[in-house]
Design a protein around this ligand. Structure first.
Ligand SMILES: *[C@@H]1O[C@H](CO)[C@@H](O)[C@H](O)[C@H]1NC(C)=O
Ligand SMILES: *[C@@H]1O[C@H](CO)[C@@H](O)[C@H](O)[C@H]1NC(C)=O
Length: 534
């Protein structure tokens, strides 16, 4: 065994077998390097086209589909003063219907800086991701004016902002209006049939800053569910790829994007300074929950967490009260406690995914999931689904709610070295889920792909696969669920981690104590009795 110093100054152990493995991996890599060097030296004549397969055309849309929608911001300073509010009915505590304050429009939708001297932190409203994505795609290379030369077509439609009238404007609240979300866009696009028909719309994509569930109510459903629309159900848009915060179970129309956090660095130095801070931060708190802290009436995982934390008087559990919009646009409120916590609990709320998962990753707080829908089944372009046991903890929610499993006991049993290793990997993943600032320094753009770069890579891969299926005359392949997750990349990368051998599946089960097995049995009986699960 060897001892080696790591960048964090910790000691680590390398097994001789791993050194052998590394050398085996190094050899072909070294050859590749030599090949690349010679390629660079002699390749000025026929350089590969850096935009091959990556050309995007941005459709120009009338202002009513984007810029005009920004008037839906809510004026005043959030103190209830309705001056200039387009939608004074907006309830700032309800994410599905919250109206971004006008101040949030600053910095192309990142919002104002948290503090005049803050360099990377903004008061970001998630719904404005549509605006920010539009800005970022404009500064990307490989844009083309002629859609005939494009591999993909981006629609700068601010879909979730355009959904607001259907849930907030009294005249549109009743009847069948919410089935009309997106109909005007469909009409406009069909008036320029040429671009659309080239690939039956399979090369079009857009961002919807919301959950796919909220925009996929069947058109004919009556009564209409409050707070939902049928955008994804419009036949004219059926072949487009929608980038949403959360996808449905059979997600052939959409793909999930990380929820935006408040961290938007503009240079590599700023990113590194933050990651260093998160790496060094002392973490006296075992686990933290940021969210609504009122006890739910039915038994569920959030209720169990609150009950467990209410019992603790020591530093085991920290609660950050985010009810009534308290955490909206005030990242300091939860980021500081997250920096001091080892584990951040991610129970499902109204929907399975939460922004807090990404805040935790940025803070180097190891996420604890209670169901796969919370992230593993969603963010395959950004976080490697097969490697969740390397950087997160999974405790089945049934084991906690209906069994004897205590979250704090389970987490306290994870060896310190393993926590540190998971934290290193969480921080390694952080750049992939953050949205870097527009107009950022070249060193940052070149060093790390951020959430938008990875989303565009994913969209282009998906569209290429569908276009090929069309060209090859096998349209049934269009609707296949592809597996284009990033597992392989991360696997290779983590092979090179100093001394940190990859956790095996068996390590993962160590995290579930014996009592979980007992609980699993309980749960089995429970299901048999067909009781209603809360
Ligand atoms: C969607 O794609 C299918 C298969 O390519 C095609 O038959 C259909 O016409 C397309 N729908 C629209 C609205 O273009
Ligand atoms: C809280 O403490 C009480 C009394 O010690 C105990 O009976 C109960 O099981 C504890 N609840 C949780 C969730 O730990």
């Amino acid at each position: 065994m060897w001892m080696c110093p790591t960048p964090a100054g910790e000691q680590c152990v390398v097994h001789p077998q791993e050194i052998k493995n590394k050398m085996l991996l190094l050899n072909p890599l070294f050859l590749l390097f030599v090949l690349l060097l010679s390629a660079v030296a002699g390749a000025t004549a026929d350089e590969p086209d850096p935009c091959a397969g990556r050309r995007i055309h941005i459709r120009s849309l009338p202002r009513r589909f984007n810029a005009d929608l920004l008037r839906y911001c809510s004026g005043g300073d959030g103190d209830g003063d309705a001056d200039g509010d387009a939608f004074p009915l907006g309830d700032p505590s309800a994410a599905a219907t919250s109206v971004p304050p006008c101040a949030s429009l600053a910095n192309h939708g990142l919002g104002p800086r948290t503090h005049p001297r803050s360099r990377s932190w903004y008061r970001t409203h998630p719904r404005l991701l549509e605006v920010f994505f539009h800005r970022r795609i404009q500064e990307r290379g490989c844009l083309v004016d002629d859609p005939a030369h494009a591999d993909a077509v981006f629609l700068p439609y601010y879909a979730a902002l355009d959904a607001l009238p259907y849930v907030l404007r009294p005249s549109l609240l009743d009847q069948d209006e919410s089935a009309r979300h997106g109909v005007a866009l469909a009409d406009h696009l069909s008036s320029q049939e040429r671009v659309l028909s080239r690939r039956h719309g399979h090369d079009h994509f857009l961002v919807v800053a919301g959950s796919a569930w909220d925009h996929s109510q069947p058109l004919q459903d009556r009564p209409r569910l409050w707070g939902t629309t049928s955008l994804l159900r419009l036949p004219a848009l059926a072949n487009f790829t929608f980038l949403t915060f959360e996808s449905r179970t059979w997600a052939w129309q959409e793909h999930a994007l990380p929820h935006p956090t408040s961290f938007h660095p503009a240079s590599l130095a700023h990113l590194r300074a933050w990651l260093d801070r998160a790496r060094r931060s002392p973490r006296p708190t075992l686990m933290l929950f940021a969210g609504g802290v009122s006890r739910p009436s039915r038994p569920n995982i959030r209720g169990s967490i609150l009950a467990e934390c209410a019992n603790r008087t020591d530093a085991a559990c920290a609660l950050v009260d985010c009810s009534a919009g308290r955490c909206a646009r005030d990242p300091g409120r939860y980021m500081r406690p997250m920096l001091r916590a080892k584990f951040c609990l991610q129970p499902p709320g109204d929907t399975p995914t939460r922004r807090s998962t990404f805040d935790a990753i940025i803070a180097g707080c190891v996420p604890v999931f209670f169901e796969d829908l919370a992230a593993r089944a969603q963010y395959g372009w950004h976080l490697p689904p097969a490697r969740y046991h390397d950087f997160s903890v999974h405790i089945p929610k049934e084991a906690v709610v209906f069994g004897a499993v205590r979250i704090a006991d389970t987490l306290a049993a994870v060896p310190e070295e393993q926590v540190r290793r998971m934290r290193r990997r969480v921080l390694r993943l952080a750049p992939r889920v953050m949205y870097r600032r527009h107009g950022s320094a070249a060193d940052l753009r070149e060093a790390e792909k951020d959430a938008i770069d990875l989303a565009l890579d994913g969209v282009l891969r998906r569209i290429r696969r569908r276009t090929r299926a069309l060209e090859e005359g096998s349209p049934e392949r269009i609707y296949e669920q592809e597996d284009d997750t990033i597992d392989d990349d991360m696997h290779q990368e983590w092979q090179f981690e100093t001394g940190a051998s990859l956790l095996s599946e068996s390590d993962y089960y160590i995290l579930t104590p014996i009592s979980a097995l007992r609980t699993a049995l309980h749960y089995h009986c429970y299901e048999k009795n067909e009781a209603v699960v809360g």
